[in-house]
Design a protein around this ligand. Structure first.
Ligand code: ACO
Length: 363
């Protein structure tokens, strides 16, 4: 039997995460992800995904090692300087990560390799962003946490605690999500006993597609189109009458509230508080759920992670061109955890296809 898109096919066992689409739960290594965001940093959750347990005494050393890998080698800066300005950020990431491949990255993949790449990715994004803006690159600071340093490198000023917390919550919630398309790509490449850089390069190429890494920016367009609470019902109704999809609603796996959207909303309410965009987003969510139940009854359509991701990015004033790259900077942890798991008990991925062409004799 053919399963287009491998929908519903269980291709492997994993101990990294569990998604319960009916109950709206996402679990990393046994822990509810919302609870992790409340108590742990990006670095600690990355440690959990890579090592399988939360860090104890070795956290300080782990953090030091991550910090020491943030600086870009000069040959990567040279490559970044030569890439055309029109090249989109995801293509830049794919190219530069691929160029990082060297003799250090032979089979089997290691946690050290995963840490190095995870540390470097925000620096690549910030370097490229400054060069596009015509501003001077801001070198990483080793007295700042991973997410705080990312915002500092991007903007050249220290972020507020609320901004860091909001982005850190987003980056923890999007670190890992089972066998999504990019993680699957990474595992397929790793299953050939290729190196970690090649597997991550495959994943970035897959993440770039609008059906996957997609665009919280589409949600921004929706909110911009609505622009004020008074317009909400009219704009949403019009879209549903035209059989258009409402961006930021619905999910392939979650048929109830996406736990990541719930956690992001709570963070926004706690960290950002009074905000014009947040008020609009809350109103749009309430109105859309009511209308979706009327126009699409029983489909289980609620806000997904993209909806409140857009609100978070807007609240911290991040440019929409950085949304998918920032998602990549968090998901790289999940990809590398899966690459490591794949390498520990490897079977090459090699499904089959059913031939539906002709059989022609050339005699
Ligand atoms: N707005 C209006 N109707 C919707 C929406 C929506 N956002 N999502 C689903 N529906 C409707 C469909 O029209 C369909 O109706 P029908 O039964 O009358 O044909 C029904 O609900 C089922 O929809 P499918 O597209 O078949 O659901 P699927 O699970 O395949 O798709 C998807 C999930 C792609 C996320 C879809 O809900 C969608 O396109 N949402 C909008 C885009 C979006 O927000 N994407 C981000 C997803 S989160 C992430 O990728 C990290």
């Amino acid at each position: 039997m053919i399963q287009p898109g491998l929908k519903g096919v269980i291709a492997t066992e994993t101990k990294i995460s569990h998604i319960d689409g009916e109950q709206g739960r996402l679990i990393y290594r046994g822990y509810e992800v919302e609870e992790l965001t409340e108590q742990y940093s990006f670095e600690e959750v990355a440690y959990l995904l890579w090592f399988g347990l939360l860090p104890k005494k070795d956290l300080a050393n782990f953090n030091e090692e991550l910090k020491s890998q943030r600086t870009l080698p000069s040959y990567l800066k040279k490559i970044l300087d030569t890439l055309p300005g029109e090249m989109d950020m995801m293509s830049v990431l794919r190219t530069v990560v691929s160029a990082e491949g060297s003799l250090d990255y032979t089979w089997k993949p290691t946690i050290q390799q995963s840490m190095k790449l995870t540390s470097m990715l925000p620096t690549i994004i910030a370097y490229r962003n400054h060069s596009l803006q015509g501003t001077s690159f801001v070198e990483p600071r080793d007295d700042l946490g991973h997410v705080e340093n990312y915002l500092y490198m991007l903007n050249g000023v220290l972020p507020t605690k609320a901004q860091t917390n909001a982005l850190e919550t987003y980056m923890i919630l999007t670190m890992e999500h089972g066998m999504n398309a990019s993680t699957f790509s990474a595992r397929v490449t790793a299953s050939t006993e290729s190196d970690l850089i090649s597997a991550v390069t495959s994943a970035i190429g897959t993440m770039k597609g609008p059906l996957h890494g997609g665009a919280p920016s589409e949600v921004i367009h929706l909110l911009e189109e609505i622009s004020c609470t008074a317009n909400t019902e009219k704009v949403l109704r019009q879209k549903l009458e035209n059989r258009e999809k409402l961006m930021g609603f619905g999910h392939r796996v979650y048929k109830t509230h996406d736990p990541r959207a719930v956690a992001l909303k709570n963070t926004l309410l706690k960290q950002i508080g009074e905000d014009e965009w947040l008020d609009l987003a809350l109103h749009v969510e309430k109105t859309a759920i009511k209308l979706l139940e009327k126009y699409k009854p029983g489909r289980g359509l609620y806000t997904n992670v993209e909806f409140y991701a857009a609100a978070i990015m807007k609240a911290i004033k991040m440019d929409p061109s950085l949304f998918t790259p920032t998602f990549t900077a968090s998901r790289i942890v999940g990809w590398t955890a899966h690459i490591l798991e794949q390498s520990q008990n490897n079977t090459i991925y090699r499904p089959q296809s059913k031939y539906i062409g002709n059989f022609i004799s050339i005699k």
